[in-house]
Every structure is written in C-alpha cells, then in structure tokens.
Design a protein around this ligand. Structure first.
Ligand code: SF4
Length: 455
C-alpha cells in the first residue's frame, strides 16, 4: 500500500488562507484524501480531514479564529475504493502524543522496510500505513530514550535512510525532515513580510518567495514567532537519489526543484530525443499528450524543426489513470481521458506521438486506436524517458513488474503491443545527463540501492 503525497506547512499571520490554498496547488500529488492540522487559541492541535479532492473536502470549511501555524497533506492511494474507512484512517496528518502533548505528522514517500521498525521495537501494528509506524516510532523513542522531540527526529533521520519527507507540527513549531538520499522534493518559501512555509513543490508557494530546497539529511524548523532555523544536518550524505519520475511526470511543470525548472527539464529531455532522430518522414505531425508531455513534445519538435500540434485534448475530469485499482476501471478511464480535436485531419499524415513515459500502456493503446480511425499513414511513438521495467519501493505506486508493459519485453514487442509503426525511448545516460546530477533510476534499471532497502 504505497502512496505518493503532497505536503504543506506554514507559520505566517495569513496561515488560514494558505494552509488550504497551498494544498490545492499540490492536488496533482494526491486525489484520494486530504487533511489539515493547526494550532487552536488554547494551543491544542485541531485536525480536519476527509476523502476526496481539496475543493470537495474543504468546500464549507471555516476557520473559527485566525491561525498562525499548521500543516496539510494530500494523499494518493489505491485503497480508497476497497475500504473508505481504512482510507480515512490513513488520511493525514496523523495525530500522536508525547509527554501528554499532541503532535501532528504528515509524510510524503514510502518506508520500504517498515517491518524492520515493527520487529525491532516490537510494534504490533496491522493494517496501518508506514506513516502510522513512523508516528509510533516517534512516540516510542521520545518516551523511552530521548525525552526531547529534536533528538528523537535526529535519531530517525540517521537510522531510516528513505524515502520520506516529513512535517511534524507541535503547539509552537513545525519541523521538516528530508531523508539523506533526497528522494522526494521539499522546498522552503519565505513571505515578503514575515513568515515561512514548506511545500512539496514550489508551485504551492504562491506569494512566498522560493528560498531553497530542504537539503537531504536536514531537519529545518519554523516556530510560532516566524523564525526559520536548521536544527540538524546529517554528516556524510549518500549519493543524491532524487526521483527521476518526479522530473519526468509527477511534478507540476511550473515547479522547480534542485535549482531546475521542471518544464525546462522535460523540454530538454524531448529535445535530446529529437536530436537522435535520423529521418523524419514528410507530411509528419508531432502530437503532445497533455499535460505532462507538452514540454517534452515542444523540445522534440524544436529539435527536428517542426511545431507540435495541440490535436489531443484531455478530459478535465479524469485524473491519472495508472493508479486506479482495477484494470477495468483503468481501461474505461483511459478510453475517456483523451479526445481528438475534430477540426484537424490526420488522414495520410505520419503521426509522431511524444509522451513522458509508459507504465502499463493502457492510455497509449486507447489513444493509438482513436488516431488509427482517422486513417493516418503511420504512427510513431517517442518517449522522453527509458522503459519502466521495475516497481518503485520509494513512494510511487507503480504496478507489479508483470503489469508493466516493458517488463521482460523487447522494444519490438512493446511496439507490436501498442500497434505503432515505430517506438523509441530516450536512453538512461541521456536522461541523467539532462538532469545534470545523480538520480534514482531504479524503476528503469531494476537495480535498487541496498542501503535504502536493507538497513
Ligand atoms: S524507482 Fe523510479 S519512481 Fe521510484 S523513486 Fe526511483 S525513479 Fe522514482
């Protein structure tokens, strides 16, 4: 039950507005549930959460007083349809207790070997998320060993290698932790007046200025007097492992992370793929699949000196399909996800479809069938990342290996399955060169960092 989520935290005199609005900007990181925790006038933590999108859950929500501090969370999970109550229980922030005082915890990522924590500390916890295990670990270490939250968090960031960003809210502080490998994004925003916020993506900073990324292995704190302070920085940080898939697909194109604009990275991936094309057929169209592949398609089209066409329209009501629980639901969603612009004719043209990645291939199969009905001359698929051949254990809910279209298949076999005339992927080296730094590529290689899985 892995999930992929978005975090927001704020200490600012306008926290009422930003706590929910910041979360709306992170909606693409989780549709199934969302929640907020903030400090009441009497220094209690108040939490409100529900299943559904931010607009639905907080439609009629009113703060009864001005607030200064809070954290919020959007969650992505496959469990919602099968058991809504269980899903609501897992919707964050989760509330714990240390020394008779409450704290709230929100988590983005996935702890791959959560059983190790359960076994080592004797936790009997069934049917709960890895976030709940982290919550219990904080309570346990605080009570039995450290009697101090900062020392407890320092211990955690040293012993658990990944994959997480955490926000911890107490009655007068917010702590932000990013794991030593830096797998998931977390940024700090600074108000033009006073105040700070944390967000999974810079697109959620709104009127706050981007200050910097939280450094891998760093614990940062903002307090209720609007001060920001680094509490701790792990020594000997391992090789940076930022998730390639965040760059390629997950992050909002208007975000930037690790000092790079996401849109520009996708453009460059497409451009490099375009430079590898030897002969582009005459009478060809470059089609972008909205929204995540528009920048990549633009880069690809520029490299081959063409313009991309906005012939594919995306449904505003259908979200990311690879996460849906059943194949049947995924197929229906894929069939309805894209339509073709009726005005534009593709008959007898050579169509190049540029996409960011292929997971199961359902969306592309459905799209290729629709394009074929317009009688094109040929259809060519170009992917701005390498084939995904292995699952993710670090927080993105990819299917099992067997469900991945590229698992144990040659490019020729994938091409046949997708029913296209040619298929090319960007190679791994070219992709990481575009990133300009080391990154996690495990789902493309099937090679997992041992320090992250066995610790
Ligand atoms: S395995 Fe893939 S999806 Fe998971 S963190 Fe690594 S690059 Fe990202």
């Amino acid at each position: 039950m892995q999930h992929h989520c978005g975090l927001y935290g704020i200490s600012d005199s306008h926290a009422n507005y930003y706590l929910i609005n910041g979360l709306k900007k992170l909606q693409h990181r989780g549709y199934e549930g969302c929640g907020i925790s903030y400090i009441s006038k009497t220094n209690e933590i108040i939490t409100y959460k529900g299943l559904g999108k931010v607009d639905e859950v907080f439609k009629d929500y009113q703060f009864e007083f001005p607030i200064n501090m809070g954290i919020s969370h959007v969650r992505y999970s496959t469990t919602v349809k099968s058991d809504p109550q269980l899903s609501l229980d897992k919707t964050q922030p989760l509330i714990g207790k240390i020394s008779n005082e409450q704290f709230a915890l929100a988590h983005n990522g996935n702890i791959p070997d959560v059983d190790k924590i359960k076994n080592e500390y004797g936790f009997i916890i069934d049917n709960h998320s890895d976030t709940f295990v982290l919550l219990k670990l904080i309570e346990h270490l605080y009570t039995t060993k450290y009697h101090n939250l900062e020392d407890t968090l320092k211990y955690i960031i040293n012993i658990i290698p990944g994959a997480y960003c955490l926000l911890v809210l107490t009655k007068d502080k917010i702590y932000a932790l990013r794991d030593q490998f830096g797998i998931r994004p977390l940024v700090i925003g600074k108000s033009k007046k006073i105040g700070y916020c944390f967000a999974s993506e810079s697109v959620a900073l709104e009127n706050f200025d981007f200050q910097r990324d939280v450094i891998p292995g760093e614990i940062v704190m903002i307090d209720n007097s609007f001060n920001l302070k680094t509490i701790y920085q792990c020594q000997q940080i391992p090789t940076f492992h930022f998730c390639s898939f965040e760059y390629i697909y997950f992050m909002d194109p208007h975000s930037f992370s690790n000092n790079q604009a996401i849109e520009k990275i996708r453009y460059n991936l497409g451009f490099v793929l375009g430079t590898q094309e030897k002969d582009i057929l005459d009478q060809s169209f470059i089609l972008a699949i909205p929204n995540s592949s528009i920048a990549g398609s633009t880069g690809f089209a520029h490299a081959i000196k063409k313009k991309y066409k906005k012939y594919i329209l995306k449904s505003k009501t259908i979200d990311r399909t690879f996460i849906l629980p059943t194949n049947e639901e995924r197929k229906i969603a894929c069939d309805n996800k894209f339509t073709l612009h009726k005005k534009h004719k593709m008959t007898n043209k050579n169509i190049y479809i540029v996409d960011d990645s292929i997971v199961r291939g359902n969306t592309l199969k459905s799209l290729v069938m629709k394009i074929k009905k317009t009688n094109p001359q040929s259809i060519h698929l170009r992917i701005i990342s390498p084939p995904i051949i292995s699952p993710c254990y670090y927080g993105i809910d990819f299917p099992s290996s067997q469900e991945l279209i590229a698992y144990q298949k040659t490019i020729e076999e994938i091409k046949k399955e997708l029913d296209v005339d040619s298929l090319k992927y960007l190679d791994l080296d070219s992709m990481t060169q575009v990133f300009g730094h080391s990154a996690c590529t495990s789902c493309f290689t099937g090679i997992y960092n041992k320090k992250l899985l066995d610790w």
